[in-house]
Design a protein around this ligand. Sequence first.
Ligand code: ZN
Ligand code: ZN
Length: 221
Amino acid sequence: MFSPVMQPAAYSSPRKVWRATPPPFPILTLDERKLTPALGYLFSAKWIDPCESLVTILWKFEKANALPGHVAALLMGADIDPYGGVAPQAGVIDIRRLRDTLNVPLKILHGSLLVPSQRRRYSKLFRYCRCCLARGYHSVLHQIDGVDVCPAHRRPLETACRRCGYEAPYVLSVRFLDAPYRCADCRAGYSHKVFSVLSSQRMKKDERIAMNRLYFRRYFG
Ligand SMILES: [Zn+2]
Ligand SMILES: [Zn+2]
């Protein structure tokens, strides 16, 4: 038979127990080891086009997850100073760490990095095509010394911000990553269009062919 005297203290206020229901939304907890929230980040390898650089891979990642630059910077390697930054170069960036968070194959991540050689040098400044950036895309090919026009659009590559003239070093730092698709100095957009991962278009077939053709000429020719 029920006896109120025998009830443990926790049951003395049954209404309190019933109120302890889960919240209607998940609470994200940060897994310090993997630097990912327990429920994972939003990213898809399908968002990456051929010869895409790590710059726009990380900018897309930030835009999709509304993340500040320092979170993306920390993904590049445990020993990297995120504020000083590094050139996104093979052997410098920890692509396994990136793969664990972005869930993108190592081959694609390796292809997003600079691989300097005797015959191939890269610009120390960020060089961009406004048309490519309007789609959210920047390529390692845009960084190669001697490539002065975008292979896809035949437009001259630019280094300076059109509003303030600032030329960003090709260094992935918190400052650079904190301004996706914008000048890190004055925050003006690099392109005429504000990029969104939800509305971006894939690379057209002829553009894809042009990028691949230049890639094979510069890397294997
Ligand atoms: Zn272009
Ligand atoms: Zn500017």
